[in-house]
Design a protein around this ligand. Structure first.
Ligand code: EPU
Length: 363
């Protein structure tokens, strides 16, 4: 049992504290039991002081910002939840600096409004800026990693802060050295933007088609942002408190990357089950990326599975999003996730891996 008298010191550090707060209220999936203590940190200095304090006292700590990529168990978290709420954003001519707690979409919207290009394809993604390098957030042909200039980290072993360059982060598809590790905490991010009034070259076929231009074209960022938001809304991937179809953690599984040998085996299992169908597949480093959404649907889990009145369902707009219909527990959600994962494995021999981080529960 850890010493709850730490609360006084947290307050002295400038944190705003609450006790026994339901974590369901702090995550986009809206599941998860209570946190013993929540310490909200409104500035980078408070955040650094609070985390140093908790680490030196060996108190269990959960870092939480946007809560959009997190599944918390129904038992909650018996420790201190550190809410990352530093949120200053500064625009320069060819880069933007944003503190970790700044809402990601606010950062994107500000750059777009200033006619700075580069981040527009990443519009409408829930969560905080600090989380974006951790899992190398990506959408519509752009990954945060390709736009990063530097990331400011708190090294939790030494207590030191430093700026690191992207090559030191081990960025990959939805991953980095920061994921599934508590060695470092992101304090702020610097991203490159294009000052010439144009966005990144369009690399996603569906987006280029929606804009009615060939792939490779660069367009004003505001135009691209509108198209991305439309596409995302059509897939239920823009949060709307009034719409349970959007109460999710975005894609629940990553798209599986398979080796050449695995690919042959998977394709033959698909053919056995579905006959001669076109299988979405994309060459990537280390093999071929398959589409988890496609595999889920073809394994028999159609959009909206299992039923209209279920407490958790696949989104009716995108089979890759698991949604809470209002009254779900974490256990309900994980049961559906296991059902889907195991069904896809049985049908096609591919094991889907969850994209969100789990705390106090496991898939
Ligand atoms: N598909 C289906 N059924 C579905 C969904 C998709 O058959 O229910 C098929 C589509 O027909 C298409 C393929 O799967 O052939 C790819 O679908 P989509 O373009 O929707 O992209 P995705 O691979 O499912 C990824 C990211 C999203 C990101 C979109 C757009 C992952 C795990 N997901 O989805 O990111 O917004 O591309 O770039 O990489 C997230 O990570 O949380 C997320 C939402």
């Amino acid at each position: 049992m850890w010493d709850v008298s730490i609360v006084g010191q947290l307050v002295d550090s400038g944190a705003f504290t609450s006790e026994n707060l339901e974590l369901s209220g702090l995550t986009t999936l809206r599941v998860g039991g209570p946190a013993r203590i929540v310490a909200e940190c409104a500035t980078t200095q408070i955040l650094v002081d609070v985390v140093r304090l908790l680490d030196s006292a060996h108190i269990p700590t959960l870092i939480l910002a946007g809560g959009s990529n997190l599944v918390v168990g129904d038992g909650g978290f018996d420790g201190v939840v550190v809410r990352v709420s530093n949120n200053t954003v500064g625009l320069e001519e060819d880069f933007v600096t944003a503190e970790a707690g700044a809402g990601w979409d606010r950062v994107v919207a500000q750059t777009v409004a200033a006619e700075l290009g580069g981040l527009e394809c990443l519009s409408g993604i829930p969560g905080s800026t600090g989380a974006t390098p951790v899992q190398n957030v990506g959408a519509y042909g752009v990954e945060v990693g390709s736009m990063l200039r530097r990331v400011q980290l708190l090294d939790r072993r030494s207590g030191e802060t430093r700026w690191v360059e992207p090559h030191a982060l081990g960025l990959g598809y939805r991953t980095s050295v920061l994921k599934h590790s508590d060695a470092a905490l992101v304090l702020a991010v610097e991203l490159t933007v294009h000052p010439d009034g144009l966005g990144e070259p369009l690399r996603y076929r569906e987006l280029a088609a929606a804009l009615d231009v060939p792939e490779g074209r660069r367009l004003p960022p505001a135009q691209v942002r509108d198209a991305v938001l439309d596409l995302r809304r059509g897939k239920g991937m823009v949060l709307d408190p009034a719409d349970h179809d959007t109460w999710s953690a975005g894609s629940f599984f990553t798209n599986p990357v398979v080796s050449d040998t695995e690919l042959m085996r998977v394709l033959s299992m698909i053919e056995t089950r579905l006959g001669d169908v076109a299988v979405p597949q994309y060459p990537v480093d280390g093999g071929t990326k398959l589409s988890a959404g496609w595999l889920i649907e073809r394994a028999g889990f159609s959009k909206g599975y299992p039923a209209e009145n279920a407490v958790v369902r696949l989104s009716t707009k995108h089979a890759l999003a698991l949604t809470n219909r209002g009254a779900a527990t974490s256990a309900d959600l994980l049961a559906l996730a296991r059902d889907v994962r195991d069904g896809v494995h049985a049908a096609f021999g591919v094991r889907l891996e969850p994209e969100p981080v789990t705390v106090g529960c496991a898939l």
